[in-house]
Design a protein around this ligand. Structure first.
Ligand SMILES: [Zn+2]
Length: 128
């Protein structure tokens, strides 16, 4: 999955997931968390930042239920959610084993890092 064409910051993000660590960038100047990875802070413009570990927990911010498989073998329906983590970072991710009828805003979720290659894992979430 990780290729030479990917942004090096994205490679770092997914490689850390493969090592079992969900982390996000945090601005060293104003302490704002951010995701997707980028080189400068959208809040203050600083180029100084660090990777900091996420709790791996969050709440359901939004979701969509897909009933048509986008590739062969993909079980439907499946849920793609926007999760707001405890750090305030929002990310789109699959929601594993979720009953679409049981979903509601603010439902607690926890991350599960799913390997997609030898060097990369992708964050999914489960209802906590
Ligand atoms: Zn900042």
């Amino acid at each position: 999955m990780l290729s030479k064409e990917m942004d090096p910051l994205a490679v770092e993000f997914y490689a850390a997931c493969a090592r079992g660590r969900l982390h996000f960038q945090r601005c060293d100047a104003c302490r704002t968390w951010r995701h997707l990875p980028r080189h400068t802070c959208a809040a203050c413009g600083s180029a100084a930042w660090s990777w900091e570990p996420s709790s791996g927990r969050g709440r359901l911010f939004s979701w969509t239920v897909t009933h048509q498989a986008s590739m062969p073998g993909l079980a439907t329906p499946y849920v793609v959610a926007v999760v707001e983590t405890d750090e305030g970072v929002r990310l789109a991710a699959g929601l594993l084993d979720a009953d679409p009828a049981a979903l509601r805003l603010e439902l607690p979720v926890a991350v599960e890092l799913v390997p997609v290659s030898e060097t990369a894992s992708v964050p999914f979430f489960r209802i906590a």
